[in-house]
Write a protein that binds this ligand. Structure first.
Ligand code: NAP
Length: 267
């Protein structure tokens, strides 16, 4: 069943110009949805729009910097101008930084809070009331296995994903009886530019773990969301890690993650 409805519903993908967001947009397009692609890069958005059209969907693109204070209001105005509503929201924009928190630039670390937490929250709270009023649709938030424990040498990123997990779980409980789904997708390493940009690819932890394909993560995310699931942890190794994280005390996890996340030559 398509999520398209009489209100000219759309799937809004925030962080759609590459990586997991772009892959989810493609999967949603296969069901002939209207897909609104949001990110900063015009080239990335144009390529994602082509993917969507080729997969059978209708694409709209919006160049938007989520760090702008009025980002969600601008997205809402864009949708209104196109006579669209946000039936499904996918929050996939996010970044991380690896290194000791006391040494990394403070503003860059605060930017992780602004993007991974503030912008995701703002988008979610702006569009959730409409979904509740209609009694359908929902939100897919990109968390991470990093959201299941603290992460020395990537402290802000792990903490931000802990927020995404907690926030999404709580919302799921609040809205699921009203016919709306909030799903938190928590992958391990995925082969996207994120790994190099964040410096995570140089940490032993990310060298050890197998890397998933963004298309696979997108399939799991979309089918889990459509089944009304609270959490999706794609891949066996990510599932094992979340299980181990639940069993081991923090006193053991902290030095373990710390050691695995420092650069090899630092250790
Ligand atoms: N890759 C992994 O290993 C991995 C693992 C677990 C979880 N995740 C999470 O999954 C999500 C997607 O990651 P990814 O691997 O797809 O990352 P990615 O390839 O780096 O893509 C990030 C997306 O976010 C957009 N974005 C970043 N800053 C933005 C801003 N200020 N305003 C608007 N858009 C912005 C980027 O577009 P523009 O640059 O064009 O704006 C891009 O479309 C993130 O939340 C990440 O934390 C990733």
């Amino acid at each position: 069943m398509t999520l398209q409805d009489e209100f000219r519903s759309s799937v809004v993908v925030v962080g759609a110009s590459r990586g997991i967001g772009r892959a989810i947009a493609k999967v949603a397009a296969r069901e002939h949805n209207v897909v609104v692609l949001v990110a900063r890069s015009p080239e990335g958005l144009a390529a994602a729009a082509l993917d969507v059209e080729q997969a059978g969907g209708k694409a709209f693109t919006l160049e938007l910097d989520l760090l702008a204070a009025d980002a969600s209001a601008r997205l809402e105005a864009f949708l209104a101008a196109k006579e669209l509503i946000c039936g499904v929201l996918v929050n996939s924009a996010g970044y991380g930084l690896r290194g000791p928190a006391a040494a990394l630039p403070v503003n860059d670390q605060l930017g992780i809070i602004d993007l991974n937490i503030r912008a995701l929250t703002d988008m979610t709270l702006r569009f959730l009331p409409g979904m509740l009023a209609r009694g359908r649709g929902g939100v897919i938030n990109l968390g991470s296995i990093a959201g299941f424990f603290p992460g020395p040498y990537m402290a802000l990123y792990y903490a931000s994903k802990g927020f995404v997990r907690s926030f999404s779980d709580a919302l799921h409980q609040e809205v699921s009886r009203a016919g709306v789904t909030v799903t938190c997708v928590s992958p391990g390493p995925v082969s996207t530019e994120f790994l190099e940009r964040s410096g995570a690819d140089r940490a032993a932890l990310f060298k050890i773990l197998p890397k998933l394909d963004a298309d696979y993560v997108a399939e799991r995310a979309w089918s889990g969301f459509k089944s009304g699931r609270r959490r999706v942890v794609p891949g066996i190794s990510a599932k094992l890690i979340t299980l181990v994280a639940a069993l081991l005390p923090t006193a053991i996890i902290l030095p373990l993650i710390g050691r695995l996340q420092r650069r090899r030559k630092d250790s």
